[in-house]
Design a protein. Structure first.
Length: 255
């Protein structure tokens, strides 16, 4: 076997089909200031450290212009902090309701462990958010060997590779070429590439796809194929080595 360990993302990859907890929180935080961001604007920075996510959104031309119109001035780092703190409080209110493992996650991770792989994880959530997510996910059958948030790496989240290296240290994985990073955002792929890992993008239930399970399953075969190809293109352009439909596809890469 060519891999010793896999490092998974959380929301949109292993739990929270469609990655909706942070989306809801970011939208409500910006609406508090009179701005309704589009789903595309919210999802583009997904996977980053949450305060970096807010800063990236405020830097977008449309949102930056709307901020100036609504607030009568350009945004500042103090505004970044205020929007972030509001979004954080909103995530903390709801995140425990978004810890349901995605389809095929529990059984796939079990098979990977049977094959001898160690299971790590990184996230854009804070330790405080993870304290709510991790026990709920474990209760429903998913529990990686370890996890690290940007709180463990001096607030240097994705696309920095440091959370990956903390996982490798904890799991005693010594060869980056034998470790895989699996995620559902461009930030996940960049994190993995910056660490020197093989990177994999997940299609179904991903933030890149941005659909609920009901919405995805309601698509016609032609619509589903178009959505898959669009998401696949996003991953490949970010540098992903592989793209799989769902978690079961990881097993095919173990050969």
């Amino acid at each position: 076997m060519k891999f010793d360990g896999i490092i998974f993302d959380w929301a949109g990859t292993t739990v929270d089909y469609g990655c909706f907890a942070p989306v809801k929180a970011f939208i409500e935080a910006f609406e508090h200031y009179g701005i309704t961001p589009t789903l595309e604007e919210v999802r583009k920075p997904m996977g980053m450290l949450k305060i970096d996510h807010v800063r990236t959104m405020l830097s977008m031309d449309r949102i930056s212009q709307l901020w100036e119109e609504k607030q009568g001035r350009k945004w500042t780092e103090d505004d970044v902090r205020k929007v972030y703190e509001l979004s954080e409080s909103k995530i903390l209110e709801i995140v425990h309701n978004y810890a349901q493992p995605k389809p095929y996650v529990v059984e796939t991770v079990e098979k990977l462990r049977e094959m001898g792989l160690k299971i790590g994880s990184t996230t854009g959530y804070t330790d405080e958010m993870m304290a709510l997510v991790v026990p709920e996910a474990a209760r429903m059958g998913y529990s990686p060997d370890c996890w690290f948030s940007p709180d463990s790496t001096n607030k240097k989240g994705r696309p920095y590779p440091y959370m990956v290296f903390r996982n490798m240290e904890k799991l005693e994985l010594k060869d980056v070429s034998r470790v895989m990073k699996v995620g559902d955002t461009v930030s996940d792929i960049l994190e993995g590439k910056n660490a020197g890992l093989v990177t994999v993008g997940i299609l179904e239930g991903s933030s890149v796809m941005g659909l609920t399970q009901e919405e995805y399953e309601a698509l016609s075969e032609k619509e589903r194929e178009a959505a898959d190809k669009k998401a696949e293109k996003t991953y490949l352009e970010a540098g992903a080595d592989y793209v799989v439909r769902d978690m079961r596809g990881i097993l095919d890469l173990m050969q």
